[in-house]
Design a protein around this ligand. Structure first.
Ligand SMILES: Cc1cc2nc3c(=O)[nH]c(=O)nc-3n(C[C@H](O)[C@H](O)[C@H](O)COP(=O)(O)O)c2cc1C
Length: 370
């Protein structure tokens, strides 16, 4: 499981580029102005969030720790930050809404060719009070993850001699897996759109026993197009973001097609390897969309200073994926709490060291990109 989270696609070049781009940034401080009690908050879609940080959607989260999505959503709500549930999450939209009432919940959608399923997913997210849909577009097919292939990873894990040996080395993880609710693709399980074959159904799928191979067949959609985006725009009444944008042309097109903003993302290096680091394409995308569009960045954010860098180059906020999953794997809800607290402290301290009193004060001239 650790390699599944930590690893990336192919030679992991993009994974390293993401981190290298953040590391290459140079900050230019502005001293002799008061910086006590910095205001970390920021406005996103006209509403205030506690800092420019959002929890990215990650699939299979209860595999990493049995407390799973509910724990992450609770931490997000406590910190006044949005949480994004994945279509291939192991908790339902209803679970998340119940676990973290009052939190701001977003739903990441893998739009499929099964219109009934798409409609059901949207209806349930709407009924559960989710405010925003995130359409992920960088997954026409699954990325190739050599570490998972070497490890023989299957989801859920199959009980081979090797996995049993692995589980024996982590008895509390194994015990939790055996004594807590079984892991399912909760958002997809039991959906009428998932059962049966026929015109729109997916043959061979039924009930709660959906395996990862079948799920991959459904969620990775090679025919995804602007027609799907138009359908989604017509069927989702609230905010809509498109995730996986890496160039100004696509950014412009999806906004013209009705998206309320973009998430500049290379999926944390897990899809197409050799894409640019998101930080290096961010300025072009911001320039193309102008100051008013919502632009969020993810991929490689592991330090509060990464948030500063992204803000300086034009992002309204960043998303984190692995940064919270490491915390979750290490300590469940407490681990996620610790991860966010670390990021928050780093961000606050770095703002002050830069000579700034508020998130809103970060500007392009505070940063140099060699
Ligand atoms: C284990 C794992 C599972 C993920 N699952 C999804 C998913 O189901 N849907 C999605 O849009 N992105 C998914 N992502 C990508 C994240 O939403 C995000 O783009 C990425 O993690 C950002 O990079 P970072 O991990 O360096 O922060 C996943 C990422 C990880 C690490």
């Amino acid at each position: 499981m650790f390699d599944y989270v930590d690893g990336a696609a192919d030679a992991e070049l993009t994974l390293r580029r993401n981190r290298a781009a953040f590391a290459a940034v140079e900050f230019v401080p502005e001293y002799l102005s008061p910086v006590d009690h910095p205001d970390l908050s920021t406005r996103l879609f006209g509403r205030e969030i506690a800092m420019p940080l959002i929890f990215a959607p990650t699939g299979y989260t209860r595999m990493m720790h049995h407390e799973g999505e509910a724990a992450v959503a609770r931490v997000a709500a406590r910190h006044g930050l949005p949480y994004t549930l994945s279509t291939v999450g192991t908790s339902t939209v209803e679970d998340v809404a119940a676990a973290a009432p009052g939190g701001e919940h977003w739903f990441q959608l893998y739009l499929t060719r099964n219109e009934r399923l798409n409609t059901e997913l949207l209806d349930r997210a709407l009924a559960a009070g989710f405010t925003t849909v995130v359409l992920t577009v960088d997954t026409p097919v699954a990325g190739r993850h050599p570490k998972d292939m070497r490890n023989g990873l299957t989801i859920p894990p199959s009980l081979t001699l090797r996995t049993l040996f692995g589980m024996a080395r982590y008895p509390s993880w194994a015990l939790n897996k055996l004594t807590t609710a079984p892991i399912t693709f909760a958002s997809l399980s039991g959906m009428s759109g998932m059962s049966g074959g026929g015109a729109s159904g997916v043959s061979g799928m039924s009930g709660d026993t959906i395996d990862a191979v079948r799920v991959a067949d459904v969620v990775f959609e090679p025919t995804l197009s602007y027609q799907h985006l138009a359908w989604l725009r017509a069927h989702w009444p609230h905010r809509l973001l498109v995730k996986g944008i890496l160039g100004p042309r696509d950014a412009r097109r999806v906004v013209e097609a009705g998206a309320d903003g973009v998430i500049v993302s290379n999926h944390g290096g897990r899809q197409l390897d050799r894409t640019p680091a998101t930080l290096t394409v961010l300025p072009e995308i911001r320039e193309e969309l102008g100051p008013d569009a919502t632009v969020i960045l993810d991929s490689g954010v592991t330090h509060g200073q990464d948030i500063l860098a992204a803000r300086a180059l034009g992002a309204d906020a960043v998303m984190i994926g692995r940064a919270y999953l490491y915390g979750l794997m290490a300590g469940g809800e407490r681990g996620v709490e610790r991860a966010v607290t670390i990021l928050r402290e780093e961000y606050a301290r770095s703002l002050q060291l830069l000579g700034l009193k508020a998130s809103a004060a970060i500007a392009r001239h505070h940063l140099r990109m060699p």
